[in-house]
Write a protein that binds this ligand. Structure first.
Ligand SMILES: C[S@@+](CC[C@H](N)C(=O)[O-])C[C@H]1O[C@@H](n2cnc3c(N)ncnc32)[C@H](O)[C@@H]1O
Length: 269
């Protein structure tokens, strides 16, 4: 991958049950698969964007938090309160178990981002990292997610998220394979240009170190590609202002061959 990292997705964020079902198998190995992702540097980049805007966020919400990798980093960096939300029950269960074991004061909810409803809480920083929102394959659901996030962003707060670009999904960057310790993966991507959908047939082989046995399972993940103009328009109509777009993990301006785009938007104070 040009940006150096694997891209892991899941099927249709608007498809609720399908998403949760898929993460039944991937969930336990998710953290191992993600071990090379520079989440900390990503958060530092987002915090720099906040500082450049004169903002000092204190509370944080992680939308589509998965197993809580970023959520835990937020708690460790002193944000309070910290909440995490994900559609997959299995991912949320793992996140909760980890937070409990590490004594981290994080509140997790199993929810669809498109119907986000956190009891009236609003946060200074809302993040949704690692192309989670590409899995919301229905544009109406993504627009709804933006509106719901806006309602949960405090005045003066920031919303930062990344997406796999159209370039990435249309150019087969999801087809990849590799071995990481006991886990081998082989992914084949299929691009549906008309609907801008990337379907990825994923195979995993997981070796149990204790027994020496290998378990094989497959999943089909679907991501939708969104363009910068449509995302910018939907953020704006949801109420967000001062929208910035970066390439990759936020270190360069976006270009035609950017495979990952980082968006930072703001709710006016
Ligand atoms: C690739 S993982 C990223 C997880 C986490 N953000 C990270 O950086 O490790 C994508 C996550 O998005 C979640 N997801 C997909 N659609 C969603 C939706 N509509 N609402 C909430 N979570 C969703 C999945 O359950 C999955 O945990």
């Amino acid at each position: 991958m040009p940006e150096g990292m694997p891209v892991l997705g899941i099927e249709g964020g608007d498809g609720g049950a399908a998403v949760a079902r898929q993460y039944g198998d991937v969930a336990p190995i998710y953290d191992t698969l993600m071990s090379g992702v520079p989440h900390r540097a990503w958060l530092e980049r987002i915090e720099r964007a906040a500082r450049e805007r004169g903002r000092v966020p204190r509370s944080a919400l992680d939308v589509a938090c998965g197993t809580g990798i970023v959520t835990e980093l937020l708690a460790a960096r002193g944000y309070s309160p910290v909440w995490g939300v994900d559609l997959s029950a299995r991912m949320v269960t793992i996140a909760r178990t980890k937070a409990l074991a590490r004594n981290l004061p994080i509140t997790y909810r199993e929810q669809d981002a498109a119907a986000l409803d956190l009891e009236g809480h609003a946060f200074d920083l809302v993040v949704s990292l690692f192309d989670s929102l590409n899995y919301v394959t229905d544009p109406a659901a993504l627009r709804s997610a933006f509106r719901r996030v806006f309602l949960h962003t405090a005045p003066g707060g920031l919303f930062a998220f990344d997406l796999n670009s159209l370039y990435a999904l249309a150019n087969d960057l999801f087809s990849q394979s590799g071995t990481d310790g006991p886990i081998r993966h082989v992914w084949h991507a299929h691009w549906d240009r008309e609907n801008r959908l990337c379907r990825v047939e994923m195979s995993f082989w997981v070796r149990d170190e204790a027994t020496g046995e290998t378990r094989h399972f497959t999943e089909t993940h679907v991501q939708r590609a969104y363009t910068v103009p449509e995302i910018t328009e939907w953020l704006t109509t949801s109420g967000f202002t001062r929208i910035e777009v970066f390439s990759g993990y936020g270190n360069r301006p976006p270009g035609p061959r950017s495979d990952r785009l980082l968006f930072v938007a703001e709710r006016a104070a």
